[in-house]
Structure formats: C-alpha cells, structure tokens
Design a protein around this ligand. Structure first.
Ligand SMILES: Nc1ncnc2c1ncn2[C@@H]1O[C@H](COP(=O)(O)OP(=O)(O)OP(=O)(O)O)[C@@H](O)[C@H]1O
Ligand SMILES: [Mg+2]
Length: 510
C-alpha cells in the first residue's frame, strides 16, 4: 500500500539519538525556535547527495530518539507535499509503502545530521561560513546570486550528437567477442569515466584513445593536466589545444572572477577560493588562518568588483594587511602564499566562459613543486566548477541525448583526488546535466574514495586494468566474483553503469 498525503501528518518519524543530539546542538547555537528546522535541514543535506542513505546499523536502531509526527517535521499542506515529492523523487520509486518512507526519512535525517556536523566544524563553528557552505551545496541557479558566467554564459557551445566510444583500441568482450562501447551522453546516464590500474597498465593510452575518438564527433573543448608529458602529443593537435607550462607560461584565466558584486556571491566565491588555496599545503591552516585568508580574498574580490584588475598577488598583500590588523605575525600561510605568488601562475586575460571555450593542456611536470601544482589545479577546477555548474542545463534532443560542453582529463588523478577538493566533487556530482565530462585515471582503487561518497558511484563507466593494490571500492562496483589481480596485460574489467553488468574485455592487445 503506498502512502497517502492525507495520512502523513500523523505518521511518526524517528532518528537516532546521536543525530537528534547534533540537531539539538545546532538549534541551540543558531537560535532556531523550532526543532524541526534542524531536522529539515538535515534531510535536505542528505538529499543533496545522489546516493540513497545507508540503512541504520543494529546498534543505531537500538538507540533511537523520540519520534516526531509528520505534521511537526514537515508542516502541512503544500510544504508537506513538497517534502514527500523531494524524498520520493530522490528514492526513484513512487510506490513507497509507509514503512519504506519512514525508513528513508530516518536514513536521510541521520546521515544529514552527521553531514551538518561536519559542515559546522569545517566552517570553524561560525554561522556565516556555515550558511555560505550550505548555500554553495544548494548550487542556486544564476538568478539567485550566482557569481559567474552571467547572462552571456548560455551561449557556451555544445556538441549535440550521440558520442559512442570504443573502450580501448581493441575493446572486445572476452566472452562474447562483441565490440564494447560506451555512449558518453546516453539519455539519463552519467558521462564520467574512471580508469584505474597499476603502473604501465595502459590507463593513459586508453584515455587518450577515447578522447581522440570523441573529437571525431565534433568540437568539444578539453582541459587536461599533464604530469608526465605523455598527453600533449596525442591530444594537442586533435583538440587544437594550447600547451602551457606554468610558471614560465601563465595560464590566461581569471581565477578570481566574480560577475556580480552581490554580497552573497562574493562571500561564496571567497570561501571557495580560500578552500582551493588552503588545500595546497598538506597541513591544513588553522581556523584563524583560514578565516583571515577568506577575509583577504573577499576584500580583494570587492576591489575586483569595483573594476580594478586583481591577481593572486593582491590576495597575498591583502592577507598581510589582514594579519597586521589582527596583530598576527607572518607565518607559514603568508610565506607560502608569498612564495607561490612570486610567479604569475594566472593572468586575468580571459573570463572562465572565454577560457573554457577553448582547449588547453597544462604541463605540470614532477620536478615542479607540489604546492604550485596543486594551486594551479585547484584554482582552475574551481573556476571550471563555478562556471559550468552555473550554466543552464545542456540541451537534450528528442531521444534524450545530451549535448556536451566540456571535457576534463585528470590523469594521475590521485594528485587531485587526495586534496578532496570540493570543486572536483561538484564537477563529478553535478556537471553531467550541464554537459560536463570528467575522465579520471589513477592507479589505486582507493584513490577514488571521496569525502562523502566514492567518486566511482557517479561514473557512467569504470574500467580497471590489472593492479596489485587493495580492491577498495571495486568489489561494490564490479561485484565480488571479479579480481583485478588476475587480469592479463591489456585486459580490463568494465562496468557501463546503464548496462548493469560487469564485462571482462580485451581493451588493448599487447
Ligand atoms: N593500446 C595499446 N597498444 C599497445 N601498447 C599499449 C597500449 N596501451 C598501453 N600500451 C603499452 O603499455 C605502456 C604503458 O601504457 P600507459 O602509459 O598508457 O600506462 P599507464 O597505465 O598510464 O601507466 P602509468 O601508471 O605509468 O602512467 C605503453 O608505453 C605501451 O608500451
Ligand atoms: Mg599514465
């Protein structure tokens, strides 16, 4: 029996005592008058992830807080109906019996409370940054104070035809002999790809081969970071990409671009840029340093909004001033920023819309400093995320084939994945409807574990060559009967999500 809206006000919804405690804490600290504000926020926070909430453990189920009635938790009338719609839409099945709905709400409220707690801590336990963080996750469209792109952005060009790619140079199903293909922009599917495998297993060559095929379908701009110098040769001519080697050659991208001088837009942009800079060092800055950096960036962005050209050097100077005003002596953070801004890593020649309309290969060889490489990647991906995810959805044709607007290749992705950059998580989670494609290649399955969920859960296709590394999340993706250690050279396991089956393929012939 499916649930009726009329019954909902009386249905009892529960959560764990631990989740309830988090919500009560937030309610007290933030001064909300009703318990249900935090509970609703927790549910919404959990709904912001695409995966279903986990089922409670036995221990959790044994420690539940007092139930709240539907009317209290969700309100009545339109509000209640809207919540029901959000939850069933996320669940994907309208036919939800009362018990499943209750379990779903419990799961969301519990997971969401834990996420809110993390958000609260990572925002330095302060209201302002906390709200900014939640607003970012909500990913409001352009008309509610988005900070980039602006009205000119919808003109971003797109590749509209179906893009069908062979998975490697041979791409043969070992069992059936079929040619195995992946349709990048299939209706309703995810276009993102993950390739993993040990040293020399063929990740890079397979990625390059697939991107070269993609180029034959039409023009879609590419952004690739090349750590080993083995991408430029295969891709630069095909994509007409400019190859840049920072710091000798600056990247002509305005990474401090904010198109609106609205207070919220500037604060959001400042928080994001702060995160991109803060995660450059392996030791994260303290709460005070991080707050000073955010203020320094916001101050710089305000001068930018007033029409002055701004660069990272201005941020470094603003940070010094910020420190002086707070009576703080220069420290590791100021010196890192001063050091990194000695070079013109970026020049504000092109807006993000302009920059990402063209193909670029950015060389970041291993002899350059880790911090510089991370700063380049973080700020570029942050600009990409803010631009791409603020665009209107990419058009689809009558069959539902989605137009593609941009492709990012992150080979040796562990360098980026380990910094747990929010921009990358956003690109993987949200850019598909915007026509964005992310191709991640990395050695170990564990590299693909994100903060909140595995990146693999958002991939349209996962390909794994032989590796002796721990299986990590792969048994969940491929099924437990497959082993990555037993694959021979050129063989790979392949999971195209829409097919819902694992194939063993000969991707290339040694
Ligand atoms: N399709 C292919 N056809 C023939 N040889 C291949 C093919 N793919 C890979 N190889 C061989 O394997 C070697 C390693 O390939 P590749 O650089 O793509 O591996 P990788 O997984 O990216 O390695 P690394 O982890 O070191 O970056 C190549 O130099 C080539 O000799
Ligand atoms: Mg490689």
């Amino acid at each position: 029996m499916t649930i009726e809206i009329a019954d909902l006000p009386r249905v009892r919804f529960r959560t764990t005592r631990a989740a309830q405690k988090i919500c009560a804490g937030l309610t007290a600290r933030l001064g909300w008058r009703h318990q249900n504000v935090a509970a609703r926020l927790a549910i919404a926070r959990s709904l912001s992830l695409p995966t279903p909430p986990p089922v409670l453990t036995e221990e959790e189920s044994d420690d539940m807080a007092t139930a709240m009635r539907g009317a209290q938790l969700f309100g009545e009338g339109g509000d209640l109906a809207a919540w029901l719609a959000l939850i069933t839409q996320h669940h994907g099945n309208r036919e939800m019996p009362k018990r499943s709905l209750q379990a779903m709400v419990t799961g969301h409220r519990t997971r969401g409370a834990e996420l809110l707690q993390k958000d609260w801590v990572s925002s330095g336990r302060e209201m302002g940054p906390f709200v900014v963080r939640l607003a970012e996750l909500a990913n409001f469209p352009n008309d509610v104070g988005s900070d980039n792109g602006g009205p000119a952005a919808p003109s971003a060009s797109a590749l509209a035809s179906e893009v069908r790619l062979s998975i490697g140079e041979v791409a043969r199903d070992v069992r059936t002999d079929e040619n195995v293909e992946f349709v990048l922009n299939a209706p309703g599917g995810s276009p993102h790809l993950a390739i993993m495998g040990g040293v020399g297993s063929g990740k890079t060559r397979t990625a390059v081969h697939m991107l070269r095929q993609l180029r034959r379908f039409g023009n879609v701009p590419l952004l690739a970071f090349d750590f080993k110098g083995d991408l430029a040769e295969g891709l630069s001519a095909a994509y007409g990409a400019d190859v840049l080697r920072p710091p000798e050659e600056s990247i002509p991208l305005d990474v401090l671009h904010v198109s609106s001088d609205d207070d919220i837009a500037i604060k959001r942009a400042a928080a994001r840029i702060r995160d991109s800079i803060a995660s450059v060092k392996s030791r994260r800055p303290s709460g005070v340093q991080s707050e000073a950096l955010r203020e320094a960036i916001a101050t710089t962005l305000w001068t930018g909004a007033a029409g002055t050209t701004i660069t990272l050097q201005d941020v470094a100077r603003a940070l010094e001033t910020e420190y002086e005003e707070r009576g703080r002596s220069p420290d590791e953070l100021t010196s890192t920023l001063n050091e990194l801004t000695q070079f013109d890593l970026f020049l504000p020649d092109r807006s993000p819309a302009d920059f990402f309309a063209k193909s670029w290969i950015i060389l970041l060889p291993q002899d350059s400093s880790d911090e510089m490489r991370r700063l380049v990647i973080n700020l570029t991906l942050n600009a990409l995320d803010r631009w791409l995810n603020a665009l209107p959805d990419a058009p689809t044709d009558d069959e539902g084939t989605r137009a593609l607007r941009h492709v990012t290749l992150l080979d040796e992705a562990h360098v980026v994945l380990r910094t747990k950059l929010q921009a990358l998580a956003n690109l993987v989670r949200m850019s598909r409807s915007k026509g964005g494609v992310v191709l991640l290649a990395s050695q170990s399955p564990d590299d693909f574990e994100g903060v909140e969920e595995s990146y693999l859960d958002n991939m349209g296709m996962t390909l794994a060559f032989n590796t002796q590394a721990k299986p990590g999340p792969t048994s969940r993706i491929f099924g437990s009967s497959y082993s990555l250690t037993a694959l021979s050279v050129g063989e790979a396991l392949c999971r195209v999500r829409s097919e819902a089956k694992t194939r063993k393929i000969q991707s290339w012939e040694p």
